[in-house]
Ligand binder design. Structure first.
Ligand code: CA
Ligand code: CA
Ligand code: CA
Ligand code: CA
Length: 459
């Protein structure tokens, strides 16, 4: 008992001596290691979260850019414009889809090309990317015309003038008993009494009542009127307590206008006066079912660098531009090339479009491993195909906003029919370009159900 007590107290006594130098050193080293490890974890987390933020921003940029394109591609041809011209022979591969009406692609842009062909004041398109054109009554409604047969007084809402190449169309608020359509977008385009109103040579598409596939693209002429209709019933569309709103009377021309040759080119039959007269005479006898304002957008990768010298660093921006359909005139002001710079997403390095056709009539566009499939622009060896347009695929390559000097991205060998190459001359795979993280997003749009005509149903 006495021994145990001694030993116990000697034990306590020994502890009272404190730490030895070795113990101190060891614990200090351990502490340091823990601190360093904690710092490394913190630093790695900080870097990781930085990278994650950059990647998240990049993916957001991808999604925004593609969402906008997919939305419009789904509406291509809305209002009655066919996606492709069944009558036009497939010619040379330049431009690649000469028979495209609702959808067109300018494939693999060359060096120093611009969004307006041969116009160096218009924005520059980055070499190797594709330009996608989408046409249709995309954002404006499609309007019902039902006053094209003579009413009790012998008057019609659709008339062709004596020259056979111009006329007028009445669009009514009330299209049938109890059924009204919303004309506010149309009124905004035509109401010359609005402050700051400027007349625009808008492109209008009219569709035959006899055959949905028969249409004409005409040009808006000055002098359209509001609520001066011969045939529309008056309703109280503006809710001012008086039923005094009938509709709009649109004046149009199909010959001798600013853009009539371009508009006639996308109408069946083309631009000859005899054809125009025959077309309008046909509509006069068949009647019209719809009219819409045709819009055209082109998506492209713009170089935003202020000094686009040959050795500059590219600043790629996915851009949407609006044109008067089938022209090189920017919309709305034909002289304003700045309006062609509507940014959609930054750091989009490449835009590639591939198109699937059904060439053998089995209903599908089959994609194979080589150039011999039913797709064009998905392989550098592709040749033009003759078939029914079925699918469109949008691919974008996006990079992070800033380079990361400690990072080398994997090499991308190519996207669709574009081959990126390697080494210092490759825009995508040179050492500087590989300091950015990159991602590719693809969206497939089926064009199978694109021929319906959604209508403007009113208040
Ligand atoms: Ca391409
Ligand atoms: Ca009213
Ligand atoms: Ca097929
Ligand atoms: Ca192919």
């Amino acid at each position: 008992m006495e021994r145990m007590k001694r030993s116990f107290f000697s034990c306590l006594r020994r502890d009272e001596r404190g730490f030895t130098l070795i113990e101190m050193t060891v614990s200090l080293v351990v502490m340091m290691e823990i601190l360093i490890a904690a710092f490394l974890v913190f630093e790695s987390n900080r870097r990781l979260s930085h990278v994650q933020t950059a990647v998240a921003e990049m993916q957001q940029s991808l999604r925004i850019g593609q969402h906008d394109m997919v939305r419009l591609v789904r509406m291509a041809g809305r209002g009655g414009l066919p996606l492709q011209d069944p009558n036009q022979a497939i010619a040379t591969p330049e431009p690649p889809i000469p028979f495209g009406l609702g959808l067109l692609v300018r494939n693999d842009i060359g060096a120093n090309e611009h969004i307006v062909v041969a116009n160096t004041t218009s924005p520059r398109v980055i070499e190797g990317t594709d330009v996608l054109t989408v046409r249709g009554s995309l954002n404006n409604p499609v309007y019902i015309i039902d006053r094209d047969k003579p009413n009790a007084g012998g008057l019609r809402g659709f008339n062709v003038n004596a020259d056979g190449v111009s006329g007028s169309i009445e669009v009514c608020y009330q299209v049938a008993a109890g059924l009204e359509q919303d004309l506010s977008a149309l009124v905004e385009l035509l109401d010359s009494t609005q402050p700051g109103y400027t007349f625009r040579p808008e492109s209008l598409i009219m569709v035959s009542s006899f055959d949905d596939r028969d249409y004409a693209v005409v040009e808006l002429a000055p002098g359209s009127t509001l609520n001066a209709s011969n045939t529309c019933a008056a309703i109280d569309a503006d809710n001012d307590g008086t039923p005094d709103d009938t509709g709009v009377t649109i004046n149009f021309i199909s010959d001798g206008g600013l853009h009539t040759p371009a508009y006639n080119e996308i109408s069946p039959g083309g631009d000859s006066t005899a054809e125009i007269q025959a077309r309008l005479a046909r509509f006069l006898s068949e009647g019209l079912s719809y009219i819409g304002v045709l819009e055209e957008y082109r998506y492209y990768v713009r170089d935003d660098a202020t000094n686009p010298a040959s050795t500059h660093e590219i600043q790629p921006v996915l851009t949407r531009s609006r044109f008067y359909p089938n022209t090189e005139s920017p919309y709305p002001d034909i002289a304003d090339f700045e309006s062609l710079r509507v940014d959609i997403a930054e750091n989009v390095f490449d835009l590639q479009i591939a198109i699937g056709f059904d060439t053998d009539g089995d209903g599908d566009a089959d994609e194979g491993p080589d150039a011999a499939d039913e797709w064009i622009f998905n392989d550098p060896g592709d040749v033009q195909l003759n078939g029914t347009l079925r699918s469109l695929r949008i691919s974008t390559l996006v990079r992070t906003d800033r380079p990361d000097n400690k990072y080398q991205a994997p090499i991308w060998f190519g996207l669709e029919d574009r081959v990126y190459g390697t080494g210092a001359t490759s825009a995508i795979n040179n050492d500087e370009a590989r300091k950015y993280r990159r991602r590719v997003l693809r969206s497939d749009v089926s064009l199978r159900n694109n021929f319906q005509i959604p209508l403007a149903v009113g208040p």
